[in-house]
Ligand binder design. Structure first.
Ligand code: ZN
Length: 113
C-alpha cells in the first residue's frame, strides 16, 4: 500500500519543519492532491490513522484540497477538465493531450507551534 509511504514522507516533511522552526508540534496541515495522483482516499485515511499517532502530526487538523485534472489538447490547444489520463478533447476529439495539472501531491501549508 503506497499510501503508507506517502504518509511517512509527509510526516518526514512535518518533522523537518517543526525542527527548523524550533517548535514542538503541528497544529494544522494542508495537502494538495491531484485527481490523477494515484491516491486512494480511503487508503490514505487509513494510512493516516495508522501512521500519525506518536508523531508531530498527532494533533494536527488536516485539510485536503483536491486538484482536478486538466488537459491541454495537442491539436487545438483547448484546455479542459479531464477525469482520466486519455480523455478526448471536447472540441476536436483528439486524445493526445498534455496533462497540465492533476498529478500534484504536496504539503501546501504547515502551521507549527
Ligand atoms: Zn482539441
Amino acid at each position: 500500500m503506497h499510501e503508507l509511504s506517502i504518509v511517512q514522507s509527509i510526516i518526514g516533511i512535518a518533522e523537518e519543519q517543526v525542527r527548523k522552526a524550533n517548535a514542538k508540534t503541528v497544529d494544522a496541515i494542508e495537502l494538495e492532491i491531484g485527481a490523477l495522483a494515484g491516491i486512494e482516499w480511503e487508503a490514505l485515511d487509513f494510512a493516516w490513522q495508522a501512521g500519525v499517532p506518536q508523531t508531530v502530526l498527532a494533533h494536527a487538523t488536516r485539510s485536503i484540497h483536491r486538484i482536478p485534472a486538466r488537459t491541454r489538447c495537442s491539436a487545438c490547444a483547448l484546455e479542459f477538465e479531464s477525469a482520466e489520463w486519455f480523455a478526448p478533447c471536447p472540441n476536436c476529439g483528439e486524445i493526445l493531450g498534455d496533462l497540465i495539472q492533476g498529478r500534484e501531491l504536496r504539503v501546501k501549508t504547515l502551521v507549527v507551534s
